[in-house]
Design a protein around this ligand. Structure first.
Ligand code: HEM
Length: 463
């Protein structure tokens, strides 16, 4: 282990801060015992959660981009602001909207608290998604981290559900109709979909029981699940011996390399990331208010009626596939594929290396460009050219909009996979990454199309 103080720029900076601090507050220097007491207390507290030392090479910012830590900060900001919002919010259809208006106009910093909660929730989705990508692209899902990949996926779904259940609470037109659309989709779920829909709505229609269900799930059940899952998530990171280890330039296998004390090396970096993030959210919340449309009106549906932005990829798919395929078969296949990623047989792996190798990078780019070109072409062909029902009269829509297009897409991807594998002489890891990037790009294009390129009656339109 390297001595922490010698030639350590961080320690030098700390010592400079300390000297400046003593010159401003001389009392601090005169009470060394007391000072050591506080510091000892906080250090011991931190070391209950964190390892005493960490490998120096895992401190490199570009390994993680601080994304996991940012997700933690956002979760705590959401819990904090959520608790404050509970003092003003009333979960009854007749009063929910008015309580939000009252909070925004009459309560000191009410609008700011609501904005922070809103923007943190949306940012959390983006940050968790980016963290998921970083884990995938640095190969941090390989053994012994495969369980943590599964915990992570569960966390992702929990965060999505938290956002979704919070969406209804303001009880404005946006919320009411988005939730009507999304819970309506459950009808197409083959086994017990109608029952789940009835349970979550608390009846056949969206009403007081729905709001009370969403409120309980959003403010008690899901935050509890997030906290428990996060605890498991961090425990698995510790069990795996810390973060995935980047391989040094001349090493055949990853090694721990030099280690440094967690305090101050890691903690200082984490505090900086957290403060920058909090400052960014504060600025955003001061300049941009969370949306609030007119009070929910069950008799007047907006046109178009859209799902929340993070579900727009699926709503767009609904325009091209049979609902059973768009809402259940395809998401189910996506989930199975994601869960199985760490359990595939990889003859050789390169954990800790972004995009596996330079060949992996080229292949990932090819996957992205193919997805970028093929998806809009597919959308346009389906919208304006392909009309299977006119071509084959009487064909059931489960075949014309489900089995046939899905089989064609999967066959196309399989052909692409085989050609690229042979052309590049690629490893399993490189080809899996390329296919992942292809589907990822396709999903992003579907989401963007749904959000910005769909107008009245969900027809394609220029934004
Ligand atoms: C609320 C959601 C999440 C939180 C708060 C969270 C937090 C964290 C933190 C703090 C770390 C360690 C440092 C870092 O990578 O920045 C980490 C590592 C990890 N996370 Fe997450 N995470 C979340 C979601 C996910 C998701 C969606 C996945 C993937 C499906 C995932 C998989 C992993 C894995 C495999 C590691 C170990 C990475 C390594 O060893 O390099 N996490 N997570």
């Amino acid at each position: 282990m390297r001595p922490a103080q010698q030639n350590d720029p961080v320690a030098e900076q700390l010592s400079l801060f300390r000297r400046v601090g003593y010159s401003i507050f001389p009392g601090m220097a005169r009470q060394p015992e007391k000072r050591r007491g506080y510091r000892h207390f906080f250090n011991t507290l931190i070391l209950h959660f964190r390892p005493r030392i960490v490998p120096e090479r895992t401190l490199r910012f570009t390994l993680t981009w601080g994304l996991g830590g940012m997700a933690v900060v956002l979760v705590f900001m959401l819990i904090g602001t959520g608790l404050l919002l509970k003092f003003a919010y009333e979960p009854f259809p007749g009063r929910a909207y008015d309580s939000i208006v009252h909070l925004q106009n009459e309560v000191l910093f009410g609008q700011l608290i609501r904005n922070i909660h809103h923007w943190s929730a949306n940012l959390l989705l983006v940050v968790v998604f980016l963290h998921f990508l970083r884990v995938f692209f640095t190969g941090a899902f390989h053994s012994p981290r495969q369980f943590n990949w599964i915990f992570g996926l569960t966390l992702f779904v929990t965060v999505l559900l938290s956002n979704f259940t919070g969406y209804l609470l303001p009880w404005d037109q946006l919320a009411y109709w988005a939730i009507t659309i999304c819970t309506g989709m459950l009808e197409y779920m083959p086994f017990g979909g109608a029952k789940i829909q009835h349970w979550i709505r608390g009846g056949t229609e969206i009403g007081p029981a729905t709001l009370s269900n969403f409120y309980a799930i959003h403010t008690a059940i899901l935050p509890g699940c997030v906290i428990i899952l996060m605890a498991f998530h961090f425990w698995r990171v510790r069990k795996a011996g810390g973060l995935v280890m980047p391989r040094g330039p001349d090493e055949d296998a990853p090694s721990r390399g030099e280690t440094v004390p967690t305090i101050p090396n890691l903690i200082l970096r984490e505090v900086v990331v957290a403060l920058v993030l909090i400052a960014g959210i504060l600025v955003l919340s001061v300049v941009l208010n969370a949306p609030l449309e007119a009070k929910a009106n069950p008799g007047l549906s907006p046109n178009p009626t859209k799902a929340p932005w993070y579900f727009m990829g699926f709503q767009e798919m609904l325009l091209h596939f049979h609902p059973l395929f768009a809402l259940f078969v395809i998401p189910f296949l996506i989930m199975c594929a994601l869960v199985s990623i760490p359990y595939m047989r990889y003859p050789e792996t390169t954990p800790g290396v972004w995009f596996v190798s330079s060949k992996g990078r080229r292949m990932a780019l090819t996957g992205a460009v193919t997805g970028l070109i093929a998806t809009p072409i597919g959308i346009l062909l389906d919208e304006y050219v392909i009309d299977v029902v006119a071509w084959i009269p009487g064909i059931p829509s489960l075949l014309s909009n489900g089995v046939i297009p899905l089989a064609l897409i999967l066959a196309g991807v399989w052909g692409f996979y085989s050609v690229m594998k042979r052309r590049y002489g690629a490893s399993r890891e490189e080809t899996v990454q390329m296919v992942f990037v292809f589907f990822l790009t396709a999903f992003v294009i579907l989401t963007v199309t749904g959000i910005w390129f769909r107008g009245t009656a969900m027809k394609l339109a220029w934004p």
